[in-house]
Design a protein around this ligand. Structure first.
Ligand SMILES: C[S@@+](CC[C@H](N)C(=O)[O-])C[C@H]1O[C@@H](n2cnc3c(N)ncnc32)[C@H](O)[C@@H]1O
Length: 934
């Protein structure tokens, strides 16, 4: 499961609280601790292949036991809690394990990361790159805030920037407080106040990194604070500084303004002249104390963009930690920037075989144009830029390496191209966010220059007016781009109308011709249209893009336009207030060379990814409802009124009455939990069900009708559906067709709608299925067998899958689309026998004391061998009936494609299909007409 950064943090808070008091011995709980730690990052330790106490045989024959080893990734060495203050003493041992995690004979390199942990203290090492010092060291308390140093436990790239993050959050918070103070007393209009903040922040940042000599902002503020007479004002003094930064023709010759350079880039176009009161000057002095060179621009940008113009009160948010929660974590941004930019270009750089080749790759890289068409405060663009500059360095290194290998002089660094900031393009509706994006990119530009050195002078700032524009992205022409990334706005159709108005929605409908869908859908379509062949895209969307109509309008369209999805996260929670589940989808359009590797949730999958974000082989998008399957499975009646439902005592007292045969209308009521949890799969409740009787007929059961009149009628009267008001004594959706199909059967089958397995129960005709149960109008063991087989279970899991949790079994999505086999009489008999054996073994396993969920959980863990064997026999018999070899029965990659082929043949009439010849289709027709006349 892929988790967002914020979910990981939340899990770790619970984890840290749970383990805070642990004082035990090293090994006693170490494995539980490690299991839980992995789970916090969304990984299952066992599934991931992490082994405990892995035995390392050393060259001399000695043995070492690594506490936890995840080959190819990391190792964890646990110490007892009392060693927390002495981790240093254990480093040598942990690093020794690291060295021995490499296995030259099988070409396996050493793991990338080492965690040395004493429950209360952690050290994270990346010894292959930083052999002398840990990359991060923190306590259990600090773990939730330092989670990103351990991201490799969730198969993501770790980040070691915690200290900067904390500083950034504080600096942003103080900046927002200063802005609020100015705004609350109306110190100037909001436009000038925002300019004031952006200009001040850049000046502080630039001074900290040596671009502005002698910290002019801080000195001016100090001067103003010392000005007891209050003669001077920041409006003039800081305003003059900002004016100088904007002018080529004006240079100060001395004092605090001396050597102030020309900056421009549009940032100081309107120098802000804002007067600060004393307390505000004090706040600004505080803001000036931060080490602005250490500020993380993308987090800073997101925070001030999110808090400054909008009325999100920090006070209401509460603590600074919560203030810091409001930004998209870099680990999530990398789920897009990684597959769209870093991985393909790293591969190209590595593949360059000669100096000329590598120079060509560098030239291509430096021409890459990246667009974020809903860029917010520029966080995706910033990360993309930083990674591009890293790739540029990697490529320069490769060129030098290849030159050395070939014995030629490497090209002069200055003669090689450099990635230009202006290749980044952003479109953003919000004016302030647009300005923040530019600021963030300028900051990133300077940081990159400091990191790598650059032939370009850092000032004046590159002009980003044309690159980062303020506009409605759906209404403007997009600049040409090779890579399109971002997190376009999410908004369901209801809120869209409220937020954007009818006219805008009409425009959307006529322009895109797909009706009204989640707002992000339109970005997927524009991106699919805009990318040239070979281009790449990575977008975050609500997970509706992978489901139903939303999918048809977005990811189906992406694929129709030649898109190949290469890397996706089908669903994960997205941080922030929206509380939405998102899908993250990376694709490439019509690539010249077909991609070979595909990943879902970070795991490789074979063959490609379908628009419903499952491996293509497992996709059932194209499955159609088969005519011959319809009218067999039904959702149980929906009561529309809890008052119909009775407990045991009430039902018993009704059926004892002598004035009518109440058994006709008081029926055992089977719900999904009865199938999953009751040891006999029997109803534990009752329901008053008048079927389709008229009111006069219902009145023949006066006490039952009185209950319904008292408990249901008042609720129904206010229901806005005419049918529910008028026929208040009937179950809301009484399911006439189901009643008709069940008539005359000795028993019928029921399947629970939710749950990770398809669990079936035999029902007596008198039972009424609830609306969370599907009734299947079949009474032979053969039917039970087919529906309990692994083939049907795999189909149900795929067809019923929802992106939010357990699959849902429904008649339309699962039963009606699943092709049945067409076995000979003998094979049919074998399935029926195997089915009876499953029923017998199931009853034995339940033993009158545990339900099916518990039984099958134990089967998964190796229990109830006879039941497991009965299922195996059944699965093989059903596979044989389909004409498949026995070995494929439980393999989704074998079963789903076979069922898909079969269902397509049937739907296209290429194969005769009559799965239920024994069913009477006219049963109960008479009764139905009688009751449906009304
Ligand atoms: C979900 S945010 C993503 C921003 C940023 N990447 C992040 O992760 O915080 C979507 C952004 O789209 C912007 N937006 C909304 N409607 C837009 C439109 N029609 N055209 C361009 N941008 C739009 C919003 O102002 C917001 O900044």
């Amino acid at each position: 499961m892929t988790l967002s950064g914020q979910e990981v943090q939340r899990n770790l808070r619970v984890f840290a609280r749970r383990w805070a008091g642990y004082q035990g011995k090293e090994r006693a709980e170490a494995q539980t601790f490690v299991n839980e730690l992995f789970a916090c990052f969304g990984s299952d330790r066992r599934e991931a292949g992490v082994v405990y106490e892995s035995d390392q045989v050393r060259p001399g024959g000695a043995h070492g036991f690594v506490d936890a080893l995840w080959p190819g990734h990391c190792l964890i060495e646990m110490k007892r809690p009392s060693e927390a203050a002495r981790l240093e003493a254990h480093r040598a041992q942990a690093l020794d394990y690291w060295r021995h995690s490499a296995e030259p004979s099988s070409d396996r390199p050493a793991v990338d990361y080492v965690v040395l942990c004493a429950f209360k203290a952690f050290e994270v090492w990346q010894p292959g790159r930083f052999p002398m010092h840990p990359r991060a060291a923190f306590s259990l308390d600090e773990l939730p805030d330092r989670y990103d140093a351990l991201l490799f436990l969730g198969r993501q790239r770790p980040l070691f920037t915690a200290a900067r993050r904390e500083l950034t959050t504080e600096a942003a918070e103080r900046t927002v407080v200063l802005y609020r103070s100015l705004r609350d007393r109306d110190a100037s209009d909001s436009d000038e106040l925002q300019s004031f903040v952006l200009q001040t922040v850049w000046s502080l940042f630039a001074a900290s990194l040596g671009l502005l000599p002698s910290r002019p902002v801080q000195r001016i503020v100090r001067g103003l604070l010392g000005d007891e007479g209050g003669v001077r004002s920041s409006a003039a003094d800081l305003g003059y500084l900002f004016t100088l930064l904007n002018r080529t023709d004006l240079r100060a010759r001395g004092g605090v303004y001396a050597d102030t350079p020309y900056v421009n880039g549009g940032l100081f176009q309107e120098p802000a002249h804002v007067h600060l009161e004393r307390d505000e000057l004090e706040l600004l002095a505080e803001v000036g104390e931060y080490d602005w060179g250490q500020v993380e621009p993308t987090i800073f940008g997101s925070l001030i963009e999110g808090f400054l113009p909008r009325d999100r009160a920090i006070e209401a948010v509460g603590t600074r930690r919560q203030f810091g929660v409001h930004y998209t974590h870099e680990s999530d941004i990398l789920k897009i920037v990684g597959p769209t930019i870093v991985e393909p270009w790293s591969a190209r750089i590595q593949a360059a075989g000669s100096v000329d080749d590598a120079v060509r790759v560098l030239t291509g890289l430096c021409r890459l144009r990246v667009l974020d068409p809903a860029c917010g405060s520029g966080n995706f663009l910033y990360v993309a830029y930083r990674e591009l500059r890293d790739l540029e360095q990697l490529c320069r290194g490769r060129i030098a390496h290849l030159a050395r290998g070939a014995g030629v002089a490497p090209p002069e660094p200055a003669s090689l191209p450099q990635y230009p900031l202006t290749n980044l393009h952003g479109i953003e509706l919000d004016v302030f966010a647009t300005r923040v994006t530019r600021l963030v990119l300028w900051m990133g530009h300077k940081l990159a220059a400091d990191r790598y050195g650059t032939p370009e002078p850092p000032l004046p700032l590159p002009d980003l007016d044309q690159a980062i524009i303020q506009a409605d992205a759906l209404r403007v022409v997009w600049p040409e781009a090779d890579v399109i990334i971002g997190n376009p706005p999410f908004n369901g159709s209801q809120r869209l109308r409220e937020d954007l108005g009818d006219e805008y929605l009409r425009w959307l409908e006529t322009t895109f011709g797909i009706g009204i869908r989640d707002y992000c859908t339109y970005w997927f379509r524009r991106t699919a249209d805009h990318l040239a062949p070979g281009g790449r895209a990575g977008l975050v969307g609500t997970n509706s893009v992978a489901q139903g109509r939303g999918r048809e309008a977005s990811l189906d369209y992406v694929i129709e336009r030649g898109g190949m999805i290469t890397d996706a996260v089908p669903t994960q929670r997205w941080p922030g207030e929206a509380k939405v589940h998102v899908s993250i989808v990376n694709w490439t359009r019509a690539p010249a060379v077909l991609p070979e590797a595909f990943r879902l949730n970070g795991e490789p999958v074979p063959g490609g990814i379908a628009a419903d974000l499952v491996p293509i082989a497992l996709s059932t998008i194209q499955a159609q409802r088969l005519l011959a399957n319809q009218g067999v499975a039904f959702q149980g009646p929906i009561p529309v009124g809890d008052g119909f439902i009775l407990d045991e005592a009430e039902a018993a007292s009704l059926v004892q009455l002598g004035d009518a045969d109440y058994r006709q209308v008081v029926r055992p009521y089977l719900i999904g939990d009865d199938i999953a949890e009751d040891p006999r799969q029997e109803p534990r409740r009752w329901i008053i069900d008048f079927g389709l009787r008229s009111l006069e007929e219902a009145a023949r059961y006066p006490e039952a009708l009185a209950i319904v009149r008292n408990r249901v009628l008042p609720v129904r009267q206010s229901n806005n559906r005419e049918y529910y008001r008028r026929y208040w004594w009937r179950l809301g959706e009484p399911r006439a067709e189901m009643r008709s199909a069940l008539r005359g059967l000795q028993r019928y089958l029921a399947v629970g709608a939710t749950g990770k397995r398809t669990l079936l129960a035999w029902c007596a005709p008198s039972w009424c299925p609830s609306n969370a149960v599907y009734a299947i109008a079949l009474e032979d063991d053969y039917a039970f067998g087919v529906l309990s087989s692994s083939a049907h279970g795999l189909w149900a899991a795929r067809r019923g899958s929802t992106l939010k949790g357990d699959p849902r079994y429904t008649n339309t999505t699962v039963f009606d689309t699943c092709p049945w086999p067409d076995p000979t009489g003998e094979r049919r008999g074998r399935i029926a026998e195997a089915a009876q054996r499953v029923v017998t073994e199931r009853a034995r396993a339940c033993a009158g004391q545990r339900g099916l969920t518990k039984v099958y959980n134990l089967v998964d863990e190796g229990g109830f061998a006879d039941l497991a064997a009965a299922h195996d026999e059944l699965d093989v018999a059903v596979a044989a009936a389909y004409g498949w070899p026995a070995g494929v029965a439980s393999d989704p990659y074998e079963v789903i494609p076979r069922l898909m082929r079969l269902t397509a043949e049937i739907a296209e009439d290429r194969r005769p299909y009559s799965p239920f010849p024994e069913r009477r289709t006219d049963a109960g027709a008479e009764e139905m007409t009688l009751y449906l006349v009304e």
